[in-house]
Write a protein that binds this ligand. Structure first.
Ligand code: SIN
Length: 283
């Protein structure tokens, strides 16, 4: 039976709240495609009060594609498909505490991630989402034309590898990240891609995983990358989502960046993340 889904925009440029859906329930194909369209239109969908078991969380994500098992995050015990995004009261560094898009280092990057809040701090621990549709749309025609000719190199090595930058910063992510020897992925993608669902153009570089433009050194690439990054963080393109246990954010990695705010020292935050496979991205 078709259900009555209400989709309410969270902000002018990014995010929408989905009401009337219990992700633990069966879902007809029409509702799945309505949610997929909404994801394409808004970049991230928010659901409240989804107290799913791990199996229900997996089943909810599998409606949108195969699960992409993350090789670097610790898993929830007994559930390899669910990555744990955790910070204990005594830990200082968080996971995802900088602007990024998941898995751009893969040749075939992940479509999206479905993050479910299990334990949240009393205050803080929000996640910011930025629209890469809006960021592209508001560039000058000259800069659009310049970046549309470029490809960029993305890598997992400096984030998850044996020489990851967080180690140089002295951050302790012990027990939360694993398999540094598997961080060997590099991928080249167009700097501007056509979004696979909406067909709109989006900026597809991010401060977390992009190293340089193809054919240039890291250093030569920095001025233009930093110009783009400063533009993409414009507050007009950003929505700040406040979590509660049972909240879900389901974001499209091809349309958004995200940033986990680390402002809850001394408290625990525990999230379960499932990543859904995508397709090759193209200009
Ligand atoms: C992530 O970057 O995938 C985690 C985001 C969050 O914990 O809010």
């Amino acid at each position: 039976m078709a259900i009555n889904v209400n989709i309410r925009q969270a902000s002018p440029n990014v995010g929408a709240f989905v009401e009337g859906v219990d992700l633990a329930d069966e879902m007809d194909a029409g509702t799945v495609s309505q949610l997929r369209e909404a994801l394409g239109a808004h970049g991230v969908l928010f659901f409240r009060d989804q107290n799913l078991t791990p199996d229900q969380h997996i089943a909810a994500a599998e409606r949108f594609g195969q699960i992409d098992i993350n090789r670097f995050f610790a898993h929830v015990d007994g559930f390899e498909k669910i990555a744990e995004v955790r910070k204990e009261p005594e830990q200082k560094a968080n996971i995802g505490g900088g602007w990024h898009t998941d898995h751009t280092y893969d040749q075939i990057p992940a479509m999206g991630s479905m993050l479910l809040a299990r334990e949240t701090p009393k205050l803080g621990g929000d996640t910011l989402f930025a629209s890469m549709f809006a960021a592209y749309d508001t560039l000058s025609d000259g800069l659009k034309a310049t970046i549309e000719k470029l490809n960029a190199v993305h890598s997992s090595r400096h984030v998850f590898g044996k020489k990851a930058r967080y180690k140089d910063r002295g951050e302790d992510l012990g027990g939360r990240l694993m398999n540094p020897e598997l961080a060997q992925q590099d991928a080249v993608h167009p700097v501007v891609i056509r979004h696979p669902i909406s067909g709109k153009k989006v900026i597809y570089v991010n401060p977390g995983f992009t190293l340089r433009f193809e054919g240039m050194t890291d250093q030569e690439s920095q001025p233009l990358l930093q110009t783009l990054y400063a533009h993409c963080q414009n507050q007009a393109f950003v929505y700040r989502f406040q979590w509660a246990p049972g909240s879900i954010a389901f974001w499209d990695n091809r349309a958004t960046w995200h940033y986990a705010v680390n402002d809850y020292q001394g408290e625990r935050r525990l999230m379960h993340r499932i990543t859904v496979e995508g397709e090759a991205v193209a200009a």
